[in-house]
Ligand binder design. Structure first.
Ligand code: PEP
Length: 253
């Protein structure tokens, strides 16, 4: 089953207007230079940069995404942003359930599932993040944790068109530590099995499962050539045009 790789940048809480525009322009230019890339590209800046980055990406094949959304369309939710608002400023994707949101904001699987359903209803694609802590891995519970997160946070009517899964071991995010390729392969294969159980084989076979956690130009090739790894969700290295593009090129994009 051929799945088009997705190379996604999660800029997190980084970038003021000038940096964000320069980064987006640089990425757009380099992606254009690839001609017809084999991969799909996505950048997810902070909310404050979405409109300017959208303009900077104009005419390029780089999609725009946000890093979170509320499950309601509008109303009394101070500080929140709705899926409809994200659509309105040109987003086609939203990251949901990142481990930093699960940890910093106590987001539960149930809440993430509600957000994902609302995002899908508004016409957004979701990148739903899962992944175990170091303690859970050391206790031999990585697959159990990921299974439970998928069962709880992925809406049961999700399809391969509106949903991407990102496996991000919490202990690998921003640490420079990466699981062995055998461990990545084991979890991704297990995730696809769970997706088949939840969403049917057709969706599971077509759904992209990204790896995230300290992806760099130097390790991209071996991680992204694993059979069930369909791209990467990249934090730190997505803030530099040359690193983001090197990851893509090293992954055959
Ligand atoms: C992330 O936060 O999604 C991530 C993968 O970060 P990093 O690449 O910096 O580990």
């Amino acid at each position: 089953m051929a799945r088009r790789k997705l190379i996604a940048g999660n800029w997190k809480m980084n970038g003021q207007l000038a940096d964000g525009i320069a980064l987006a322009r640089g990425i757009a230019q380099e992606v254009k230079a690839l001609g017809k890339p084999a991969c799909e590209f996505l950048v997810c800046p902070p909310f404050t940069l979405l409109t300017s980055v959208k303009k900077a990406l104009r005419g390029s094949k780089v999609a725009l995404g946000a890093q979170d959304c509320h499950f309601n369309a509008k109303g009394a939710h101070t500080g929140d942003i709705s899926p409809q608002m994200l659509k309105d400023v040109g987003c086609s994707y939203v990251i949901l359930g990142h481990s930093e949101r699960r940890a910093d904001h106590g987001e539960s699987d149930e809440l993430i599932c509600k957000k994902a359903a609302a995002a899908h209803a508004a016409g957004l694609k979701t990148v739903i993040c899962i992944g175990e802590t170091l303690k859970q891995r050391d206790d031999g519970k990585a697959i159990e944790v990921c299974t439970s997160q998928i069962m709880g946070s992925v809406p049961s009517d999700s399809t391969s068109t509106d949903t991407v899964i990102a496996y991000e071991p919490v202990w690998a995010i921003g640490t420079g530590k990466v699981p062995t390729t055998a461990d990545v392969e084991e979890v991704h294969a297990a995730v696809r099995k769970v997706l088949a159980k939840k969403l049917g084989k057709g969706n599971a076979n077509k759904m992209r499962i990204l790896y995230g956690g300290s992806v760099k130009p130097g390790n991209a090739k071996e991680l992204l050539s694993l059979p069930d790894v369909d791209g990467a969700l990249i934090g730190g290295a997505s803030l530099k045009v040359e690193d983001f593009l090197a990851i893509a090129k090293n992954s055959g994009c």
